[in-house]
Every structure is written in structure tokens, then in C-alpha cells.
Design a protein around this ligand. Structure first.
Ligand code: F6P
Length: 350
């Protein structure tokens, strides 16, 4: 191939810029030209008033001074229209009109679903894993996960200081959608007492019990890391609990972290506060690990397209860059308990 496109789609992840840079520079080094499409798959649909707002011809200088920056210079978006085949076909027509022979799609599973659709329509695509969630089963790490994890760890360090001073339990809610990886890794790195994640059933009663036992065993403060998708696996009978504690803000729909804190405080008899880290985890300068992963995977994606190979997703296993089919990359996550069990073992509240 001699001319390719690149885009970032879905939630942004620190390191996406480093990946764009690697794609552009590797392509130019191989005498391939690159077009950068803006706002994910929207950029392929030419919806904006001017073409410059949809896509830009990239040169070596376009990606200068971005390796250390969070966000994505190409911007990102979720594009629901792209679920429709007619829209995917339109994108392929637009790409062909620009002379594009292959496309690198940087993002998570939603991005990969779009990439697979384009590939099936005859436009070779390569997926590069850009998401803080680490929720792609085929790769050990995704770009942005390490930065988000370090941001969460730094935040928990601060929360522990104040929790210690006030002898409180602290709920810290981290991102990750339906995946508990950010939560369990943060919990291990912070020495948290518990990780509450969507992959493992849990009850509010057992969390409160852990807090209670921690107080009895002499712990001054406790850290409970909640994954944002934790409610997926909550097994408490909320109706019965509401009957028993009518004054508590217990709801059947999504409970907020503050509502969890209120219930745990009531059940454990110990002061409990909640902090939601939210989008702080998505921003900021990528760690060295994320920059390196982005550079290695971005370069590999271009090597594949250079050899006219499409329909693959690039990842890392045992510190080796590898690729699998987009079908395999989209297979469901298989939960590995190792980190979860480590939290239980070393958080040690018995
Ligand atoms: O996929 C990354 C992520 O940050 C998830 O952890 C979170 O659930 C979601 O995106 C938030 O998405 P949005 O930016 O649309 O609020």
C-alpha cells in the first residue's frame, strides 16, 4: 500500500497521540502517505462544512511535539450511525475517493467493531488498542491503561492521607466500564482492603463487614476501590435493605458512590466517604510505558498495511508485539483472578 488513513475513536486514552505519531512517521519512512481523519468514524463521513474539518494530509511536522500529550490531536467521538451498513459503505466510498488503501483505527472494542465492518467491506483495516479500560482480551495491555492506573494510584495516595487523619473508610470509584482491571490493579498498587468489580459477585453487607473487621483489627483507614461497573454484580437484596433502612438512599437503578458510602457507613458503624475519580483518569501526559506501547503497536500496524495485510488487531503478549484477527480481538474478556486474589490476600482484613 502507498496511501493510508488513521483515526482515533471512542473514549480518548493517554498515548493516542504517540500512536498517531508512530503511524505517520513509520508510513512516511516507508514512502507511504497518510491522511488523518477527525472525530473518529465521523471524519470518514464528510459531515463537516469544510473538508479540513473532516481530514488532514499528515506530514512529519504534523505530529511534532505530541508524544507527551494526553487527548488526541485528531479528536475523537463515538459514532452511532456507523452501526448501519449503508453508512459503512459510504465511508468506504469516501476513503476510495481519497485514494486511501488501508486504515489504522486506534480505540477500544467499539472502534474495533467499526474497523471489522470496514474490513469486511473490502477496506483493509488494522486495530491499535487505545483505551484506558484494558478490556480487550487478546492483548495484555491497552494504550492508556498504565497512565490511568498511575493517575488513580496518585489520587488514592492523597485520599489515604486524609482518610488516615480522620480514621475513615474511603470508597474510590475508578473507570473501566464493565471491566475491573483499573480497579484491581489500583487496589494492588495502593494496598487497598477491597476491590469491588463487575466480574466478581459482591454484597454491600460484606463490604460493611470488611470495614467493621478492619476497625476492630486496628486499621486507622481503609481503601475500597470500586469499579464503575460494580453494580453489574451487586447481589444485595436492595428491596429488603430499603425496608430495613427506609431512610437510606437505596435505589434499584444505578446507585452513586455516595449512596454506597452512606449504606456502608450505616451497616459498619464507621465513617465512610466516597470519591469518584472520573475523567481525571483519561487526561494527562502518558507514562513512558504507554508511549512505548503506542509507538510499538502504531509502527506494527503500518508494517501490516505496507504488506497489504488487513483485518488484524495489534497487541502485546509477553512484551512481544503481536497481531490477531479483528474477530479474535473482539472475543469476550476472560477474567483472570490473580490480581483480585492478591488484593484479598494482602489487604488482609480477617
Ligand atoms: O472507555 C473509556 C471510558 O472512559 C470508560 O471507562 C467509561 O465508562 C466511558 O469511557 C465514559 O465514556 P464517555 O466519555 O462517553 O462519558
Amino acid at each position: 500500500m502507498k496511501r493510508i488513513g488513521v483515526l482515533t475513536s471512542g473514549g480518548d486514552a493517554p498515548g493516542m497521540n504517540a500512536a498517531i505519531r508512530a503511524v505517520v512517521r513509520t508510513a512516511l519512512s516507508n514512502q507511504m502517505s497518510v491522511v488523518g481523519f477527525k472525530r473518529g468514524y465521523n471524519g470518514l463521513l464528510m459531515k463537516s462544512l469544510t473538508t479540513e474539518d473532516d481530514y488532514v494530509e499528515m506530514n512529519s511536522r504534523s505530529v511534532s511535539g505530541i508524544i507527551h500529550k494526553g487527548g488526541t490531536m485528531l479528536m475523537t467521538a463515538r459514532c452511532l450511525d456507523f452501526l448501519e451498513e449503508s453508512v459503512q459503505k459510504e465511508a468506504v466510498r469516501n476513503l476510495r475517493a481519497l485514494g486511501i488503501e488501508g486504515l489504522v483505527c486506534i480505540g477500544g472494542n467499539g472502534t474495533y467493531a467499526g474497523a471489522r465492518a470496514l474490513n469486511n467491506l473490502g477496506m483493509p483495516t488494522i486495530g491499535v488498542p487505545g483505551t484506558i479500560d484494558n478490556d480487550l482480551n487478546y492483548t495484555e495491555f491497552t494504550i492508556g491503561f498504565d497512565t490511568a492506573l498511575n493517575t488513580a494510584v496518585e489520587a488514592v495516595n492523597r485520599i489515604r492521607d486524609t482518610g488516615d487523619a480522620h480514621e475513615r473508610a474511603s470508597i474510590v470509584t475508578v473507570m473501566g466500564r464493565h471491566c475491573g482491571d483499573i480497579a484491581v490493579h489500583t487496589a494492588v498498587a495502593c494496598g487497598a482492603e477491597m476491590a469491588i468489580i463487575p466480574e466478581v459477585p459482591w454484597t454491600l453487607e460484606e463490604v460493611a463487614d470488611t470495614v467493621h473487621k478492619g476497625v476492630i483489627s486496628g486499621k486507622r483507614s481503609m481503601i475500597l476501590i470500586f469499579a464503575e461497573g460494580a453494580q453489574d454484580s451487586l447481589k444485595t437484596d436492595l428491596k429488603a435493605l430499603k425496608k430495613e433502612y427506609p431512610k437510606l438512599h437505596i435505589t434499584r437503578e444505578h446507585m452513586t458512590s455516595s449512596q454506597y458510602a452512606e449504606v456502608i457507613e450505616e451497616l459498619s458503624g464507621h465513617e465512610t466517604r466516597a470519591t469518584v475519580l472520573g475523567y481525571t483518569q483519561r487526561g494527562g501526559s502518558p507514562t513512558a510505558n504507554d508511549r512505548i506501547l503506542a509507538t510499538r503497536t502504531g509502527a506494527h500496524a503500518v508494517e501490516l498495511l505496507k504488506n497489504d495485510i488487513g483485518g488484524r488487531a495489534v497487541g502485546i503478549k509477553g512484551n512481544k508485539i503481536m497481531d490477531v484477527s479483528l474477530d479474535e480481538a473482539l472475543s469476550p474478556m476472560v477474567f483472570d483472578r490473580e490480581y483480585y486474589d492478591l488484593v484479598d490476600l494482602t489487604g488482609y482484613v480477617r
